[in-house]
Design a protein. Structure first.
Lengths: 213, 288
């Protein structure tokens, strides 16, 4: 079902690209097509974990702020910094509950599909490094910290309220693979492996600066 | 130390901040700036290694610190990135970079320096890479860009006032490498506003152009558990750069002074009570 949804989204955006008027592909962004402060954005998600302890789920949220550069009208390259939390509850064979503190950063590439001068769809992919720490409560097996890597993909729309200011909404998918040294807690130094699949929605705003030399 | 070095450099650049339409580098000035910045980066790294990065190292990790120092350190990161970006912009302008190039690369330099510190923190057992600090760095470095793009923001600025707190002076007795940058109880961060754009024309013309207002935030009684008291101030402010002068040196001096909030009359809310006085910091004030 989830795979089918991703394929449907991909087909949808590819069809948008095919149907896009030629004039929009070369039109400048309303606020200029140079650098952007992308942020004050938050996303809420539902995470399904697969680990050696069994399958379980958690609710999570993160808040991110980023910046980047519009290489072309369509192509954006940027960095996102994340903060957030994940709350877990006993689920299936996973008997633990607790709350993880989440932090991370990612390098992202976005591709835009302009619909008109004020509105555009976009798809964005990125590679993320993150750490989860059990700041409070119990964590799996007494472990309390992991470093991990993730791939992420999002689809969304962006509307320009002003030449330099826009709002956006997105749906996102993230696959994280925590296979690293435990960085804190009683099992510090041991290696741990577990994975999660994260689905969420996000909203946010963007500021654009047309100031590059 | 870094800020002091940059301040000295700023005072040596009488045409800083004017900006020109195209880049025409002056090789002599570029060499002076390059050597000064390189020396400053090395000196700052050594200083910060002694002040912050002693002790145990770890694999890089992120760590949220939203409860630290009642979040006033986030104002510090914002102010640091903002100040460094503006200083770098002035220095680049002096070396001959165009107005837009100085602005852009100034912010890039300010952000790069702050993020370098944050990445170093990520490897240190005591700190970790703080997403909140990084947010503040991004906002601070973006402010000069935003002020150029959105004229309304040009009426606002950030300033700093500092007087060593007793806790800091006591701590210096046992650890000489403690840095005043972390002395949040001795600091007030200010958001200042030039109110002339809000006033009716007649009133705006009667009010001296160098008079402004400022809102200050400080903390006191910080403890290890994230507790403490917040202090708020609303005072007059001085916009030195609005004082007309033909002297390039005075213009640069006034520009540098505008990073600092000097003692000014106003009101303060300290320990839940309203006070009237002349405020510089919590430890340096005349309270009535």
């Amino acid at each position: 079902m989830k795979t089918a949804a991703l394929i449907a989204c991909t087909v949808f955006f590819l069809s948008l690209a095919a149907a896009e008027p030629d004039s929009l592909s070369t039109a400048p962004l309303p606020g200029g097509d140079q650098i952007a402060l992308r942020g004050f954005s938050t996303s809420l998600g539902r995470t399904s974990y697969v680990s050696s302890a069994g399958e379980y789920a958690s609710g999570d949220y993160d808040f991110w702020l980023g910046f980047g550069y519009n290489i072309t009208r369509r192509l954006f390259l940027g960095i996102r910094i994340y903060t957030g939390a994940e709350g877990t509850s006993p689920f299936r064979t996973f008997p633990y509950s607790g709350k993880f503190s989440l932090g991370g950063a990612s390098v992202n590439v976005a591709w835009r599909f302009p619909v008109d001068r004020r509105f555009q769809f976009f798809t964005e992919g990125g590679f993320q490094l993150s750490t989860i720490l059990a700041a409070y409560g119990n964590a799996a097996g007494g472990s309390s910290g992991y470093n991990g890597r993730a791939g992420q993909l999002s689809f969304g729309g962006e509307y320009f309220l002003h030449d330099s200011f826009s709002l956006h909404g997105e749906v996102l998918y993230r696959h994280r693979h925590y296979i690293d040294v435990i960085v804190d807690g009683e099992n510090k130094g041991n290696r741990a492996t577990f994975m999660d699949n994260d689905y969420g929605v996000g909203i946010g705003c963007n500021l654009y600066f047309d100031l590059l030399p | 130390m870094f800020r002091t070095a940059m301040l000295c450099l700023l005072l040596a650049v009488p045409h800083a901040g004017r900006g020109q339409d195209s880049t025409q580098l002056d090789p002599g000035r570029a060499a002076v700036v390059g050597a000064t910045v390189l020396s400053a980066v090395v000196a700052v790294h050594i200083y910060q290694r002694d002040a912050w990065w002693q002790g145990e190292w770890q694999p890089f990790r992120f760590e949220n610190d939203w409860q630290y120092a009642l979040n006033i350190d986030k104002f510090g990161h914002t102010f640091g990135a903002y100040t460094e970006s503006k200083l770098a912009r002035s220095v680049l302008s002096w070396t001959g970079f165009s107005r837009s190039a100085s602005l852009f690369y100034g912010s890039l330099i300010g952000l790069s320096y702050q993020m370098y510190v944050e990445v170093e923190d990520g490897y240190h057992k005591t700190y970790g890479f703080s997403p909140g600090d990084a947010f503040s760095n991004i906002i601070g470095a973006s402010l000069p860009l935003a002020q150029e793009s959105i004229p309304l923001l040009s009426h606002f600025s950030m300033k700093y006032s500092y007087w060593p707190s007793s806790n800091y002076l006591n701590a210096l007795q046992t650890n000489q490498f403690r840095t005043f940058i972390d002395d949040y109880e001795g600091t007030i961060f200010w958001i200042t506003c030039d109110p002339h754009f809000l006033l009716p024309r007649g009133l705006a013309e009667d009010l001296p152009p160098w008079i402004g207002i400022s809102l200050g935030l400080a903390v006191h009684h910080l403890n290890e558990n994230g507790g403490g008291d917040r202090l708020y101030y609303l005072t007059a402010d001085y916009n030195f750069s609005k004082i007309p002068t033909e002297s390039g040196f005075l213009r640069a001096l006034f520009g540098a002074l505008d990073f600092f909030h000097l003692p000014a009359p106003g009101i303060g809310i300290e320990d839940g009570r309203l006070h009237v006085g002349v405020y510089y910091t919590y430890h340096a004030k005349l309270s009535l």
